[in-house]
Design a binder for this molecule. Structure first.
Ligand code: IVH
Length: 703
């Protein structure tokens, strides 16, 4: 479309015009520049100027046009914006019907298609195919006459579509003018698909969520909706892009149809790229035979999630237009093309029941049991419903037909219930009042913590929660005990070998070796993983205790402050809350945990089995300034300071290599005391290991 030297010239000219006044003589120049930048942004996805600069240039053109309305042209970039709203969509007839595509789902289907085409064309050897993405958006047909876009329509029923010219004109990836005449075409109809890139879709939904608007279910719905709004400005704001994938019809200056002159599909699309249209590049391929087609389709089925646009398959087209003619079409689809459909990401199924699971901190998670259904190659029969609010917001009922989606690595989720398919037999899902997992005689009323969506079993007596705690404890995120997975935990738990977390470190490996499916070797392997985990830094251990909200970062911060995990049992409430970067909720949870005698006993038991509870080098705070006067020292300020604020003092200390910590412990090197210092000073004095400075002494020290 533009070669490198042209691009350089356009870029330089843009920069020049941005800083100068523009004369009337330069008006078409500015339009060309804006067209170039529209192309860079929407067709190439590779802008060379900022949005701000584009807007500046655009405003300059608008100003010139307002002052000289006689100079406005229909293909001016300003004409993409429209003041008019559409009152009613008119229906228009497509020049030639917009057919559907036949579907294929696997290599056998494609081989069969190839066989049929070779039969129809009487070709025995390899056939050349063009393969391109099957874009999943809204189909459009564009009509150009004498190089100008004169009409755009939706697919409609394939024969008649809705006229949406004003909306399509707002799409900067659609040229308002393209030099078809250079190729001898007076009238052409192009087929394509309007899409919203996945990243932009995400932003749109995030913005809608903030505004409290209903979210779009997927990019396709947002795209097709955007094509059919009655306000073109709304179409523009959706940021749709149009890929062109088919030369539908061509007519020469004498009104003769010359679609066949195109010779080959692949090169006709390349030509459209040259004319400024958005076409697939690396995503399309000219394949020498059906074997290459199959490989390319499989390749894209794997890569589909990484692609910026939603695609639901690939389209395979006989490349030679003369052979396409020979194949012809049925009333429904061309015989020379076929869609290779990727495995479906969405499916419907019946919601048979809801079961409840208890999590490691007692949260009750409702799980929908579905009639098993195939989704992108995986059988799905269980889907998390997250919490009660999720069920209420989707108005889910037992017996509902639900739409399930699974995209990429995302776990399957329920998109919606199909209300229109209800027959009255559906039952509302009633969230239980008592712990539904509990299998003991004692009913336990669930509690809902303020500000949280989950209902929790506050006092698990049945062991379900302990089991979840153990599963988490051994996992990668926690103690990372290599080879110790969920199934082992469940098995040992059922055998009565694991009653609490400490038991994990006191297993009888001879007994394990004797279990079915085990043996000396795997028992030994497990032992060495567990022995290794016993030496973990205490930050990991803290994180593995499932204290609500105490994640990796907070665990590290707490670990920096203590010489031994059990130091925490002597901490006062305010010692926790005063730790920088530890919020009040985490502080309260950690305090509660260490106020509970049972937890202390558990930790002592762990220690007796060899689990490390002492701060390791890895847990220690790293000195910021290794050269400073306070390098490697931990420091704490207490009481009222006179020459500076507390924060300022902490910053100063940090600048000189110290690490600020929040509590007095064996880990504290320096305590700086201001006026009215209280319990911290007394504690530091009693420890004997802490150096105590006055404010002035501190200032002298750092010079
Ligand atoms: S060719 C005569 N190519 O799929 C050829 N269609 O079921 C007809 N689609 O509504 C279409 N990507 O909007 C073709 N690369 C592609 C396509 C594509 C998406 C859509 C098209 C049509 C539907 C056909």
């Amino acid at each position: 479309m533009y070669d490198q030297s042209q691009q350089k010239a356009l870029f330089d000219r843009t920069k020049a015009l941005l800083t100068s006044e523009i004369s009337v003589e330069e008006i078409e120049d500015v339009r060309d520049l804006l067209r170039y930048h529209e192309w860079k942004y929407y067709v190439e996805n590779n802008p060379v100027i900022s949005d701000f600069e584009y807007d500046q240039l655009f405003k300059k053109l608008q100003k010139l046009e307002t002052e000289n309305p006689q100079l406005i042209t229909v293909d001016s970039p300003t004409q993409r914006l429209s003041q008019d709203t559409i009152t009613d969509f008119t229906t228009v007839a497509h020049i030639i019907p917009m057919l559907s595509l036949d579907n294929s789902y696997n290599a056998e289907d494609l081989l069969e298609f190839d066989k049929q085409v070779r039969k129809l064309t009487e070709i025995e050897g390899d056939l050349e195919y063009a393969v391109e993405p099957k874009f999943d958006g809204g189909s459009i047909a564009l009509l150009y006459e004498n190089d100008y876009l004169i009409r755009a329509a939706t697919r409609g029923d394939g024969i008649m579509g809705e006229e949406i010219t004003a909306n399509i004109k707002t799409l900067a990836s659609v040229p308002l003018k393209a030099p078809f005449s250079k190729y001898g075409y007076r009238r052409v109809e192009l087929r394509g698909e309007a899409l919203i890139p996945k990243d932009r879709f995400k932003n749109i939904n995030e913005a809608r969520e903030k505004e409290g608007l209903v979210l779009f279910a997927n990019p396709r719905n947002a795209a097709t909706g955007g094509l059919r709004t009655k306000n073109p400005n709304e179409t523009r704001d959706r940021g749709l892009e149009a890929f062109i994938f088919q030369f539908g019809y061509a007519e020469d200056n004498n009104g003769n149809e010359v679609s066949r002159n195109l010779k080959a599909h692949f090169s006709s699309i390349e030509m459209l790229g040259q004319l400024g249209f958005k076409i697939p590049h690396a995503e399309k391929k000219l394949c020498k035979n059906i074997g290459e087609v199959i490989d390319f389709c499989r390749h894209w089925e794997e890569k589909r999630d990484d692609y910026r646009y939603e695609i639901d398959g690939m389209v395979v087209k006989v490349n030679d237009v003369r052979l396409q003619e020979i194949c012809g079409s049925t009333s429904h689809h061309p015989r020379w093309a076929i869609a290779y459909k990727f495995k479906a990401k969405q499916a419907t199924s019946k919601l048979i029941n809801v079961e409840y699971q208890v999590g490691k901190i007692g949260s009750i998670t409702p799980v929908a049991k579905l009639n098993p259904v195939q989704l992108a190659g995986v059988t799905v029969s269980s889907v998390s419903l997250h919490n009660e609010d999720f069920i209420t917001s989707k108005d889910l009922h037992i017996g509902d037909t639900v739409l399930v989606e699974r995209s990429g690595d995302v776990i399957p989720y329920i998109v919606k219930a199909m209300e229109e398919l209800r027959d009255g037999s559906e039952k509302p899902i009633v969230f239980p009042e008592f712990c539904p997992v509990n299998n003991t005689e004692i009913p336990i009323r669930l509690e809902r913590v303020e500000g949280e969506a989950a209902w929790r079993c506050p006092n698990c007596v049945c062991g379900a929660q302990t089991l979840q705690k153990m599963i988490f404890h051994v996992s990668k995120e926690a103690m990372d005990i290599d080879g110790f997975g969920k199934s082992y935990v469940e098995r040992f738990y059922e055998l009565g070998w694991l009653k609490d977390l400490a038991d994990i470190y006191n297993l009888d490996y001879d007994a394990i070796a004797g279990l079915e499916g085990f043996g000396k070797k795997s028992a030994e392997k497990l032992r060495s993983s567990i022995e290794k985990a016993k030496k973990n830094p205490i930050s990991r251990l803290l994180q593995s205790l499932t204290i609500h909200h105490l994640g990796k970062k907070a665990s590290k911060i707490v670990a920096e402050q203590i010489g031994h995990v059990l130091d925490l049992k002597n901490w006062k409430h305010e010692d926790f809350t005063s730790i920088k970067d530890i919020g009040p909720v985490v502080a309260e949870n950690v305090y509660q945990y260490f106020s509970n005698e049972e937890n202390i006993r558990l930790l002592e038991k762990m220690e007796s089995f060899g689990v490390n509870l002492t701060q390791t080098d890895e847990d220690k705070p790293r000195a910021v300034n290794a050269e400073g006067a306070l390098a490697g020292k931990t420091i704490l300020f207490t009481g009222t300071l006179h020459t500076m604020g507390r924060k300022q003092a902490e910053e100063l200390a940090e600048q000189h290599g110290a690490k600020n910590i929040s509590a007095v412990s064996k880990n504290l090197d320096i305590l700086v005391v201001g006026e009215n210092a209280g319990s911290k000073l007394t504690k530091a004095q009693s420890l004997g290991s802490v150096t105590i400075y006055t404010e002035q002494e501190f200032l002298d020290l750092i010079g």
